[in-house]
Design a protein. Structure first.
Length: 161
């Protein structure tokens, strides 16, 4: 029987395919988020990496809107997690920057927020990356590329085409 979720790296014959995308402004990064959202399903976790201001939250804003969230996505840096109701799915948005600074992890937070009925986006995931690895379907890396330009690399870990 085919496993419900492929092991990381197995989605494309053992190779993780990297998709490179450039965005010229925040709206384009949000649109990339919407495009990603169309490929996600409940239970999926997306990791977002990149420097401060690289556009991680902007991408989640576009993804959440595409999933039907009407509330404006704001950075959960201090709350650690925000939840939004989408259209038939819920969205969890975590930002673990503060845990990273404290050198801590919080397994209760994962149990509470990364439930199987949400699509979850996790910024600054390092403190808990190992704990959630089996749920991760996509890793996004965003980089500043001068002024309003950003470079994104998408690494899909599960077949979501
Ligand atoms: N192409 C772009 N894509 C995304 N954001 C852009 C772009 N060009 C300019 N910006 C601006 O850069 C900022 C990105 O902020 P955002 O909160 O999305 O970053 P972040 O990666 O989540 O940062 P943090 O690590 O602090 O949470 C916003 O002010 C946004 O308007
Ligand atoms: Mg952010």
């Amino acid at each position: 029987m085919r496993p419900a979720r492929e092991a990381p790296g197995d989605a494309h014959g053992g190779e993780v395919r990297a998709e490179r995308r450039s965005t010229a402004d925040p709206d384009a990064t949000a649109a990339l988020g919407a495009e990603i959202a169309a490929r996600l399903r409940a239970g999926d976790v997306v990791l977002l990496r990149g420097d401060l201001g690289a556009g991680k939250t902007t991408l989640v804003r576009g993804a959440a809107a595409a999933l039907g969230a009407t509330a404006r996505v704001t950075s959960p840096t201090f709350a650690l997690a925000h939840r939004y109701d989408g259209d038939g799915v819920r969205i969890a948005h975590l930002d673990l920057y503060r845990l990273r600074a404290l050198g801590e992890e919080d397994e209760d937070l994962i149990a509470d927020e990364l439930t199987g009925d949400v699509v979850a986006f996790v910024e600054w995931p390092e403190p808990m990356a190992a704990l959630i690895a089996d749920r991760v379907v996509l890793e996004v890396e965003l980089e500043h590329a001068g002024d309003d330009a950003r470079e994104a690399v998408l690494r899909w870990k599960a077949d979501r085409t």
